[in-house]
Design a protein around this ligand. Sequence first.
Ligand SMILES: Cc1ncc(COP(=O)(O)O)c(C=O)c1O
Length: 408
Amino acid sequence: MTGPFDRLDEILPADVLTVVHRMTPIPTVAGRAGAIAKQDPNFVRGDIGQVVGLDPSIEVLYGPPVGLEPLREAVAEFWTRTFRLDDPAYLGHSLGAENVTITTGAAEALTLLFRCFGAGKNVGLPRGYWENYLNGVGLSGGNAVVVDYFAESGELDLAGLGRDVDEKNVKCLVANFPCNPTGAVLTEEDARAIAAFLRERDLILIADEVYARLRFDGGAPISLLAYAPERVVSLSSASKEYLIPGARIGYVVSDRAELTNAVLRKLVRANTASPNVPGQRMVLEMMTKDLEALRAGDEPAMLKKIRAELGQRKTALVEVLRKHGFDVVGRPGHEPMGTIFLMASLPNWWKDGDEEFVEAALERSAFSAIPGSAFGLAGSVRFSFGSMSLEAVAELDRRLSAWESDRG
Ligand SMILES: Cc1ncc(COP(=O)(O)O)c(C=O)c1O
């Protein structure tokens, strides 16, 4: 099936197309010169814009804008295996290096994708959105509007989403499941229904799947890319996969190589020249271990460890919060089942707003959390159990008890 990603020259903004089609002699010559130099060690390189040969032991050279080739290959295999893309029930084929662009974190991936698909348009953010989307959409010249994926019953509500899309004239949607901040996850049935919805309305969807593997409900990881590849572009991040946010490595995955290999090549070069090279090497090493396990049909050891620990922390945190009069909110009727976050309604003993609650908790030097208003969910607070050990959850319990008893 064809879709918007098969017509990029028609749908990308004119200024993006100018960057994409502008001749770039520096990388073009560098690519050819590099190939010749491999054959001829005495080939004279007069094209390189960095000091080389002074102290090779400390030199860290620019990498290709789209990322180191072995890492692109690894991400393509990792995505294919994690989401079973080669199964005819999904994509029906594997992805290759050309389907991957390495970026400076998911943050750069989002900025560039908003620039491509959100500029001058209304971009639909799910209620309960990562608040930094607002900045990315705004900086790329788009306008963020909030849409609801779920009904009050907690069911996926595509009729309601359709009304939001029509009323707010949305052209590009963002999905983030498992969701930061609510921990909401999709079922496979939900994913198929969303894909059909996108097709009916000829929409583009940016799928922020940084937490795809961090599910605690036993459900297999889901990538929306598998269901509507002609209009869904996915992104993820080593920050979340491997707990190394400071390495600043993210990636965009698309079934349409024109997007990842051509368009984003030019945009990344314009934006950051290349993603962090030592960071990419670090990720490659970690991902290679994961791939060995996936090829053997096993769950990667590190993921297993992270999921077990985070699952315990989440369960303990929910118990403590409920004990103190909070409840979990997000996808109604569903426990938070992924990510490192959960949203809690304000405790029944707190009569003021969410910002005041967080302010009071900080004022008491008791604990920190983020007001739900920041995510479009006023009246709630976001707790991270990524940063809370089981001991810290027990300490939270004691501090909430102390607060309650001070209130009398
Ligand atoms: C939903 C979501 N998307 C993207 C990011 C950005 O990740 P990165 O560190 O790769 O830029 C975050 C970081 O918290 C996030 O929660």
